[in-house]
Design a protein around this ligand. Structure first.
Ligand SMILES: *Cc1c(COP(=O)(O)O)cnc(C)c1O
Length: 380
């Protein structure tokens, strides 16, 4: 059996052809493919606007700036995420506060978030960044209600969840990143995620003011909006300190063909998840699925007692399982800042037991049977 990773991109001839075609076209960057990718992405998730960026971390960075983050502002996120969800707050000079996860869904717990907010004076926090961890959509309606009560903004880190959705209290399907509850949504196109561009990201929003700000911050803070007939064609103004966080046309061309296959990929991921669940039911704990929620399954996470043992055992069988994630508040950088003394025992307990099994559309039935067999033989 060849090596089985925990995640893998699928690149087909249509993807390769699209990239080659763009390499031979007039624009390698700042051309029509970027716009096309943005429009198709917005229409896929159901948001008004989408802004393509060089990676999701860059997207998180300019999103906190667009939402007005200032040095010293305090923002809440989950400890069980990739460090970038928290780092963006630090880029803007803000303080990162963590609230604990739910021990069964592994998502930022609404109860713990509420308790943290209510333990501080009004106005203490500025925003919340919930993460659709593993592909499981956060119930953003609940977070929006809480945010409104305390005048906070919400960024949905949807890097794991293109194609996921939850059904709201009005019985309406709410796609991850559709911008109906969160101020912005963030997606990543790193090859381990659903849509591979090599590097890449997308910000979605329904707010025109935030959208305009994001466009400016993505390209140096440069605008031509005040150009009149008295100006020459070279005219531009730099009105604020922005960045070069652009996605290229080459990457966008790949993103367009990858996006077109996302629904098929998510269906396949759910097929794989169902097989794991059927095999593990009553034997191994796995991420639970709340009612009215569709998991896009970036990951399939289980919890076991001897996690290091299972990890090494699988490696020996050429199965490259992975751990998601080392809790962010325990990373040396955050430990050193250490301004928070809060009980995050659910996150720490989860981390002691979690392991992510292979989950990607091209994982074959035969490979999955092999993985299941090995996990069960270790457990038993
Ligand atoms: C991958 C990931 C990011 C960062 O994405 P990049 O495109 O690599 O910058 C941010 N948040 C989460 C939850 C992620 O999984």
């Amino acid at each position: 059996m060849k090596a089985i990773p925990y995640g893998r991109q699928s690149i087909e001839k249509t993807d390769i052809d699209a990239v080659i075609e763009t390499l031979q076209a007039d624009f390698l960057t700042q051309g029509p493919k970027v716009k096309e990718f943005e429009e198709k992405f917005a229409s896929y998730v159901g948001s008004k606007y989408a802004v393509a960026v060089s990676n999701a971390t860059a997207g998180l960075h300019i999103s906190v700036l667009a939402l007005g983050l200032e040095p010293g502002d305090r923002v809440i996120t989950t400890p069980i995420t990739f460090a970038a969800s928290a780092n963006c707050i630090r880029y803007g000079g803000g303080e990162v506060w963590f609230a604990d996860i739910d021990p069964n869904t592994y998502l930022l717990s609404i109860e713990h978030t509420k308790r943290l907010i209510e333990s501080k004076p009004k106005g203490f926090f500025k925003g919340i960044i919930p993460v659709d961890f593993g592909g499981l959509p956060v119930n953003l309606q609940e977070f929006r209600d809480l945010a409104n009560e305390h005048d906070l903004w919400v960024i949905e880190d949807a890097c794991h969840a293109p194609g996921g959705y939850f059904v709201d209290s009005q019985n309406i399907k709410q796609n991850c990143g559709n911008g109906n509850f969160a101020d912005v949504g963030i997606f990543s196109f790193h090859p381990v995620k659903h849509i591979a561009c090599g590097e890449g990201g997308m910000i979605t929003t329904n707010n025109k003011k935030i959208y305009d700000k994001l466009l400016s911050l993505r390209t140096h803070g440069i605008t031509k909006e005040n150009m009149s007939e008295n100006h020459g064609g070279w005219f531009y103004e730099m009105k604020e300190l922005g960045f070069n966080y652009r996605l290229t046309d080459i990457q966008s061309a790949l993103g367009i063909t990858q996006l077109a296959k996302n629904n098929v990929g998510v269906i396949r991921r759910n097929e794989i998840a169902t097989k794991y669940k059927n095999a593990f039911e009553g034997k191994v704990k796995y991420q639970s699925l709340p009612p009215n929620t569709y998991n896009a399954h970036h990951l399939f996470v289980i919890e076991v007692n001897n996690r290091k043992g299972l990890y090494d055992y699988l490696r020996n069988e050429n199965i490259y399982a992975q751990i998601h994630y080392i809790p962010v508040h325990t990373l040396p950088y955050y430990r050193e800042i250490g301004y928070q003394d809060v009980d995050l025992s659910n996150a720490e307990n989860y981390y002691a037991h979690c392991i992510s099994l292979p989950m990607y559309p091209t994982l074959s039935d035969e490979e999955q049977v092999f993985v299941i067999e090995k996990v069960l033989s270790f457990i038993e």
